[in-house]
Design a protein around this ligand. Structure first.
Ligand code: FAD
Ligand code: MLT
Ligand code: ZN
Length: 489
């Protein structure tokens, strides 16, 4: 969807259009390889289009600085000249926040990618914002530590990008949110000033905790250039089991049992519905599903600890009990690293599988656990009622509406897999989904953020006073609104 598909949004005249003089300035502070310009053959699609191929901007310029000083100079200049800028990490965001809407300059962090320091006693890692998450984790692995966040996009997303979105991911249940693990940040403000707050302290009660303002701010008030984060020791023993159950009630029962029986070694509790596994099966073609029979719901449980024998006994006891009383109908436990990865892939491939048929409408919500799955049922009913849904009839836009997610964190992902993006589907789902979530006192974004997709819907999760204060902060730190315009604030 390009800006033209959104007739209610117009390019704001307050933003200057790029001139040759601006280019000359950037050329004076950066090398040729750090500046990418659109040409007749090069539309910069990699930077203009998002991961879902749902949003497409029209930027003519991508800047890829290698130093914090360059970022300061760029922002100071853009602020003076009123040139709009979109900060971009790995461009794996799922709400259209990382791509321009019109001709904003893309400021990519992908060349600011050095590990700065690691303390093997405290486990504090300091790195540039543009380090790819998987690279940070591999570096930590060599030192016996692990990055406290894991997600399917780890091969592309940046450490700075996950902090800017406050990504949750697959291990939040164990290690908590980035609001707890990030100890310090370095941020370049829209006027070019740099806030160096790269602390390594767990405890610091000296006034406002400024870094928190940037965690989850989605590139709207500053460019994160450095991250200091507390990392835990890498677990020596990891087990993964994949279970089939017959209802969402049973998913909740297994969760309670898992907390009781596995307690401190429980590191992930994910659920998937049958339709999500059907999409994954279709996408993974020749790969055999871990469970022979189909079940309405599946659960993936990961344990991690320091003593394999101890963890094995705990997991076995838990599974025996859960199967004896009929809560779990079938299940497998990975016997080696390959099987472990194989089981995880049936969870981690759902985003890609949902997208593969043409496109996907994504809703990432927090709901009280008892109501979590009811949203998927409500969405299915609504799409059927509007006659938009058919797995087989290709004249209908929707293939399937599936539910999965981090049930251990009360976070549901509703994915509506479509043959193509259409206004009919969007209208059927929005604001319907947001109204539903709000009526259950949930959040319309558990982890992906608001970005462009939910720019008009913040009111479903924040009250007027909260929105007023968000706007006040924005105008205090970015008075010319040059950072990430047309998005949620
Ligand atoms: P981008 O997509 O480039 O940017 C995201 C936002 O942050 C944008 O608004 C951008 O302007 C801003 N931004 C980026 N870098 C900076 C910076 N240095 N300073 C200031 N602002 C910046 N999310 C979850 O929470 N949990 C998951 O389990 C999860 N799994 C995913 C699986 C897949 C396959 C994919 C594609 C995405 C997944 N995500 C998940 C979405 C998630 O938001 C991103 O993967 C990640 O947080 C974004 O990092 P990025 O570097 O790609 O940032
Ligand atoms: C996930 O949990 O897989 C992610 O948040 C990404 C997604 O839902 O697409
Ligand atoms: Zn998720």
């Amino acid at each position: 969807l390009t800006a033209e598909s959104y007739p209610n949004i117009e390019r704001l005249p307050q933003y200057k259009k790029l001139t040759q003089e601006d280019l000359s300035f950037f050329q004076s502070i950066m090398s040729e390889s750090e500046i990418l310009q659109a040409t007749a053959d090069e539309d910069l699609a990699l930077f203009n289009e998002d991961w879902m191929r749902k949003y497409k901007g029209q930027s003519k310029l991508v800047l890829r600085p290698k130093t914090v000083e360059q970022i300061s100079q760029i922002l100071r200049y853009c602020n003076d000249q009123k040139l709009a800028v979109v900060p971009q990490g790995g461009n794996t965001g799922l709400v259209g926040g990382s791509v321009p809407v019109f001709d904003e300059i893309v400021l990519s962090l992908n060349q600011l990618n050095k590990i700065r320091d690691f303390d093997p006693v405290s486990g504090v890692l300091k790195c540039d914002a543009g380090v790819i998450l998987e690279n940070a984790d591999s570096y930590l692995a060599e030192n016996g530590y692990i990055f406290p966040l894991d997600l399917g996009a780890k091969g592309s997303c940046h450490v700075g990008g996950v902090v800017a979105t406050n990504a949750g991911g697959l291990r939040l249940l164990r290690y908590g949110s980035l609001h707890g693990t990030v100890l310090g940040l370095e941020v370049v403000m829209p006027n070019g000033e740099s806030m160096n707050s790269m602390h390594a302290l767990r405890k610091d009660n000296t006034g406002y905790d400024l870094k928190q303002m940037f965690i989850g701010s989605e590139g709207t008030i500053g460019i994160i250039t450095g991250v200091s984060i507390l990392t835990p020791p890498r677990p020596k023993a990891i087990n993964v089991s994949f279970l089939g159950v017959d209802s969402y009630e049973a998913v909740q029962k297994v969760f309670v049992k898992a907390k009781q029986e596995l307690s401190e070694i429980l590191s992930a509790f994910e659920f998937m519905d049958l339709n999500s596994q059907k999409l994954a099966k279709h996408h993974l073609k020749d790969v055999i599903h871990p469970l022979e029979d189909e079940y309405p719901f599946y659960v993936l449980i990961e344990t991690s600890g320091s003593n394999k024998e101890h963890d094995d006994v705990k997991l076995e006891t838990f599974l025996e009990k859960a199967m004896e009383d009929g809560t779990v109908l079938d299940g497998v436990v990975a016997q080696d690293e390959t099987e472990l990865r194989n089981l995880w892939q049936w969870r981690e491939m759902i985003p890609e599988s949902s997208q593969a048929g043409g496109g996907v409408y994504k809703y990432d919500v927090s709901l009280p656990l008892k109501d979590l799955y009811s949203l998927v049922e409500a969405a299915n009913d609504r799409l059927a009622e509007k006659d938009l849904l058919s797995e087989t009839d290709s004249s209908k836009p929707v293939i399937s509406a599936v539910g999965y997610g981090h049930v251990g964190d009360g976070n549901l992902h509703l994915n509506v897999a479509v043959r193509e993006y259409t206004k009919d589907v969007e209208k059927a789902l929005e604001p319907f989904v947001y109204e539903y979530v709000s009526s259950k006192n949930g959040s319309i974004s558990a982890e992906h953020g608001l970005g462009f997709q939910k720019k008009n819907y913040i009111g479903y999760s924040k009250n007027d006073q909260e929105i007023k204060m968000i706007k006040q902060l924005k105008s205090l730190y970015d008075p010319n609104a040059i950072l990430n315009p047309y998005k949620y604030v």
